[in-house]
Design a protein around this ligand. Structure first.
Ligand SMILES: C[S@@+](CC[C@H](N)C(=O)[O-])C[C@H]1O[C@@H](n2cnc3c(N)ncnc32)[C@H](O)[C@@H]1O
Length: 251
């Protein structure tokens, strides 16, 4: 299904932005990423864009995982959105009692023979609780399941519990008042990128898009590391300022 057609059907439903949806759709087509793992579904808007890209490729499968307790929270549901687009055959929805880390346990268990885990996915998008403990661990688990040259997209690179506290006291089971000041104010996904992904020997290409709150890491072993921060110049003057600052530091 063409991008404009899927966009017309789902563009008014949160959460993926039109800009990120376009990027994801084009990435799947360009790199022929046919076996996809999506961690965090919500209404399944991102799921629909990815399924549309697989439909264009004529092949592929998305395994989309979320919490059992979140099923009723998102209306329209992912099932309704997929039915509306006719793309349901590309997607398997999995709902877990305690979350995607236990799904990853089951998948690693399923794919392990003689103490070796077979690599399965071309792309994994991590878009769940944005929490150091859960998503940091998730990164190591996903690494076991990701094929060489495969990609991990981390959403919510800039997100903090301080931002979320303006509208609620609990995020995905984590009570904000139980967190330290540092845990509240530090973007936890950014820490996962800086302290776990960048230092991991399997990841030599890391691309950060702060203005779309995304980081992308490629599973590729190499002597050197390539770490790129890319700003969209047209996005906001705030980011333009940061860009100027970074350029100064580099000089
Ligand atoms: C921002 S939404 C995902 C948005 C979606 N990927 C999109 O593109 O529209 C985050 C989702 O993560 C789910 N989630 C949060 N913690 C989770 C966990 N531990 N395991 C599985 N899903 C989780 C929430 O229920 C919610 O549906």
């Amino acid at each position: 299904m063409k991008f404009d057609e899927i966009s017309e059907k789902v563009k008014d439903v949160p959460y993926i932005t039109p800009e990120n949806a376009r990027y994801l759709y084009d990435l799947i087509l360009r790199e022929k990423l046919t076996n996809i793992l999506e961690l965090g579904i919500a209404h399944g808007t991102g799921t629909c864009y990815m399924a549309a890209a697989l439909d264009e490729l004529g092949i592929g499968k998305i395994t989309s995982v979320d919490l059992l307790e979140a099923k009723e929270s998102f209306q329209p549901s992912v099932e309704e959105q997929l039915a509306k687009t006719g793309l349901e055959n590309f997607v398997q929805i999995v709902r877990m009692q305690t979350g995607y880390t236990w799904f990853l346990h089951d998948d690693i268990n399923r794919l392990t023979t003689n103490d070796v885990c077979q690599e399965e996915y071309d792309l994994c998008i991590i878009d769940g609780p944005k929490n150091w403990a859960i998503d940091g661990f998730t990164f190591f688990l996903v690494d076991k399941l990701l094929k060489q040259n495969g990609l991990i997209i981390f959403d919510d690179y800039n997100w903090t519990y301080a931002d979320a506290s303006k509208t609620r006291d609990v995020t995905d089971g984590i009570t904000h008042r139980n967190l330290s000041e540092a845990e509240i104010n530090t973007p936890q996904v950014r820490e996962i990128i800086d302290l776990l992904v960048k230092q991991h020997p399997n990841y030599s290409e890391i691309l950060v898009y702060p203005d779309r709150s995304w980081a992308i890491a490629r599973k590729k072993t190499s002597e050197g590391k390539k770490y790129t921060i890319e700003f969209n110049e047209t996005y906001t003057s705030g980011f333009a300022k940061i860009k100027r600052k970074l350029q100064k530091l580099i000089k």
